[in-house]
Design a binder for this molecule. Structure first.
Ligand code: C5P
Length: 411
């Protein structure tokens, strides 16, 4: 049996001669965190802004430059580097755009761009007047006609000498990495392109005083898996998360909250123009009726906590559902199917994923989950034990079915 895993995708990062070249190490790190292998070319001009050592450290590998190109070596370096699965040009300067658009092979970067096979993403960074010049725009347009893509430039502050703000600022490293990783996926897999998806994840903390809170053991893994799967399928994702020990995923907006009230505010705000809301967060049902600003001293004997119910965010979204698809999670220890269907009806959710917190290795903290999809009419599908990522995949497949059915019903 051949179970050798496929090698990680290979991304060629070409660093151009712009001030934004200093952001290239962050892009390299993010790409590697996202599971890609990287190769780096730095143009001569790039090396005026960033050292080879910083790039090599971030890439954990060699940096190809015009000097290495002309070294005696057995391979034609521009052809070897061009075999990457995708190419991203970070800090693309007007000159590099021009060299590529004119088909120059005068330096390693330009020569390599003539022989790349996979998709190419340009991330320009230059002064606004330069970017807007018809010569630069014509070069960019020419590259686009060959199927090259562009990310940015964006409006924002740029330069270190008070050049000010305007169009020309390079996209942020995490967005560059996400856009590059997305290129590695076949277009058929990008079936959520154009959709805005909001995902809540993790626990909430309901503080009793500055140092004590009520919470639960939610790890956030299920919600993060949904957010990452949606991102990889092309959706624009906002992840609203309670305190978890996972690092922020790249390529999405991440909002950190602590309490249910903060979660409510962040989710309602993000949900305004959303197409899909997945409430994976384990929202605490109650909070302290009165939160103390000072640490409460220990007293002898029993104490009574006065708790007040938190607003039900999913139910609130359900009241003004609009065209959104709403998905909830439910944890039940008994009468799960009936209770989950009832919950879906009461909260006006399209479906609920029911899981059992008491089953070992699933739900809280685990990497797997065993869930049953329950619809408001009580119909359900029990899924086997799956990785949380696979649960996320099936969840989003069901979201697509719900949207397709609604589109069909609506004519
Ligand atoms: O009613 P129950 O807490 O079992 O419902 C679980 C679902 O409702 C989850 O999707 C959870 O994120 C959501 N929920 C909510 N606001 C609450 C409690 C739960 O949105 N206050």
């Amino acid at each position: 049996m051949n179970d050798v895993p496929a090698p990680a995708p290979l991304v060629l990062v070409i660093v151009g001669g712009s001030m934004a070249a200093v952001k290239a190490p962050a892009v390299l790190r993010r790409l590697r965190e996202g599971g890609a292998r990287v190769r780096v070319i730095a143009t001569q001009a790039a090396l005026a802004f960033i050292t080879e050592l910083s790039l090599a450290t971030a890439a954990e590998g060699e940096v190809a430059t015009d000097n290495t190109w002309f070294m005696a070596r057995p391979d034609a370096q521009h052809l070897t580097l061009a075999k990457a699965d995708a190419t991203v040009v970070v800090g693309a300067s007007a000159d590099l755009l021009a060299r590529a658009a004119l088909g120059h092979a005068s330096d390693l970067a330009a020569a390599t761009l003539l022989s790349v096979r996979g998709p190419v993403l340009w991330v320009p960074a230059m002064n606004e007047r330069m970017w807007r010049h018809p010569a630069v725009q014509a070069n960019a347009e020419r590259l686009r006609t060959w199927g090259h893509r562009f990310l940015g430039p964006e409006v924002g502050a740029f330069g270190t000498r008070g050049e000010g703000s305007g169009l020309g600022r390079m996209a942020e490293p995490e967005d560059i990495a996400a856009a590059t990783l997305a290129l590695l996926r076949p277009p058929a897999a990008r079936d959520l392109e154009g959709l805005k998806v909001v995902v809540s994840a993790g626990p909430t903390r309901e503080y009793l005083d500055p140092v004590r809170f009520i919470s639960n053991p939610s790890s956030g893994k299920m919600g993060f898996a949904v957010a990452e799967e949606a991102r990889d399928r092309g959706a624009q994702v906002t992840l609203v998360t309670g305190p978890v020990s996972l690092s922020d995923p790249v390529g999405m907006q991440v909002v950190h909250i602590e309490s249910a009230l903060e979660l409510r505010e962040a989710v309602l705000e993000a949900a305004r123009d959303a197409d899909v809301v997945v409430m994976t967060a384990a929202v605490a049902d109650y909070r302290a009726a009165q939160r103390s600003d000072e640490k409460q001293a220990k007293v002898a004997g029993d104490v009574t906590l006065h708790l007040t119910p938190n607003p039900d965010i999913l139910a609130e979204l359900g009241e003004h559902k609009g065209g959104r698809v709403l998905v909830g999670f439910a944890m039940e220890t008994h009468a799960g199917l009936e209770r989950a269907a009832l919950k879906a009806r009461r909260k006006n959710a399209d479906f609920i994923l029911l899981n059992y917190p008491t089953r070992e290795g699933t739900a809280f903290g685990g990497d797997d989950n065993e869930v049953t999809l329950v619809r408001p009419d009580g119909t359900h599908d029990a899924w086997p034990r799956l990785s949380k990522r696979e649960v996320a995949r099936r969840l989003l497949d069901e979201v697509r079915r719900v949207r397709a059915a609604a589109a069909g019903a609506g004519g």
